[in-house]
Design a protein around this ligand. Structure first.
Ligand SMILES: C[S@@+](CC[C@H](N)C(=O)[O-])C[C@H]1O[C@@H](n2cnc3c(N)ncnc32)[C@H](O)[C@@H]1O
Length: 318
């Protein structure tokens, strides 16, 4: 990621294009079939700080314009990944992947996976179950597409398991390079205590995009994010020697993206590694609910603390 050629508008010789403005203006300058991977999370029409809430039909028409342009610039062996959650109307949820799917299908894209991105944190709903996943629709333009499965394998559950009969008896029964990560991905989302958190309200965790970049592109390929936010897609692409371009309407986010990319280039940006397991509180602090007891002088909350292999009750009246 050193000595990057960074350009403010499309230039085929650039390593990185950081376009401040409407994505349709960037896309109009990008040649047909030149991008290997389009990956993005568009505005969800929820009235966030960067969007004006509009009628759903109008929103879908706007998305269609951007998607058509993305399909035009996509290479024949390329992939398009649209990451979305729910649009919420008066308490009723409308899954955006469901209402957007006909647009992609109408442009002759082929759906390869509907990846469920499951995460642990978010709003606590009181009138429905709390939402803890979003969806990535992965489409390809043709049947001849790049898919580097070996680059994204994850550790096997039983790496030492062997065939116990037949001609391969005694040999490892699973791939020692790891297993296919499947279409359900457990990756922490970027909330306040995530090391990648910026002021953006809904940025991608870099590791989510790294997996897509490694699987669907090769070194030197172009990766495009039309709704770039604070540049997480570009960071993931550049970390793996791909070229990146993105558009963002808000200057403040473009500035943060540029700064993060510079920091990443110097090896100073904190990024959660793809290989780190999801945090498990185990028996740690606050993992045991407080115990309420009443010894005759009113209810008190006591805390169970692990001490060696035993638990000790701590608190007034214990
Ligand atoms: C869901 S956020 C994407 C965040 C991004 N994935 C990241 O990691 O930071 C959508 C972004 O699209 C930007 N945006 C909205 N309309 C746009 C447009 N027409 N062209 C370019 N960017 C736009 C918003 O300002 C917002 O930052």
């Amino acid at each position: 990621m050193t000595h990057l050629k960074i350009e403010p508008r499309f230039n085929p010789k650039a390593d990185l294009v950081l376009f401040e403005g409407d994505c349709l203006d960037l896309l109009s300058k990008v040649p047909d079939g030149s991008v290997k991977l389009v990956v993005t999370s568009p505005p969800y029409n929820l009235g966030k700080s960067y969007e004006k809430r509009i009628d759903l039909e109008e929103y879908l028409a706007q998305q269609k314009q951007v998607i058509e342009e993305c399909v035009r610039v996509l290479a024949e062996d390329g992939s398009l990944c649209w990451e979305v959650g729910n649009y919420v109307d008066n308490g009723e949820i409308i899954p955006l992947d469901v209402v957007l799917y006909p647009i992609f299908a109408g442009l002759d894209l082929r759906l390869r996976n509907r990846i469920v991105w499951h995460f642990g944190h978010g709003l606590h709903a009181s009138k429905r179950f709390s939402g803890r996943y979003e969806v990535i629709l992965w489409f390809t333009k043709s049947d001849h597409y790049t898919f580097n499965l070996d680059a994204v394998r994850i550790p096997q559950k039983y790496p030492g398991k062997k065939h116990f009969k037949g001609p391969r008896r005694g040999e490892l029964s699973c791939n020692p390079q790891g297993k296919n990560p499947s279409d359900i991905w457990e990756i922490p989302n970027v909330k306040s205590n995530h090391i990648e958190k910026t002021i953006h309200p809904c940025q991608f965790p870099v590791e989510l995009i790294e997996r897509l970049v490694l699987a669907m592109t090769n070194e030197g390929d172009w990766v495009l994010d039309p709704f770039m936010g604070v540049g997480s897609t570009a960071i993931a692409a550049l970390m793996h020697q791909r070229r990146a371009m993105g558009a963002e309407i808000m200057k403040v986010y473009v500035d943060i993206a540029r700064d993060r990319i510079e920091q990443a280039g110097k090896g100073k940006l904190q990024i959660r590694p793809m290989t780190r397991n999801v945090y498990d509180p185990g028996n740690g602090k606050d993992s045991v609910p407080p115990l309420t007891v009443d010894l005759g002088n009113g209810p008190r909350q006591l805390k169970l603390q692990e001490k060696g292999k035993k638990y000790r009750v701590k608190g007034k009246g214990a």
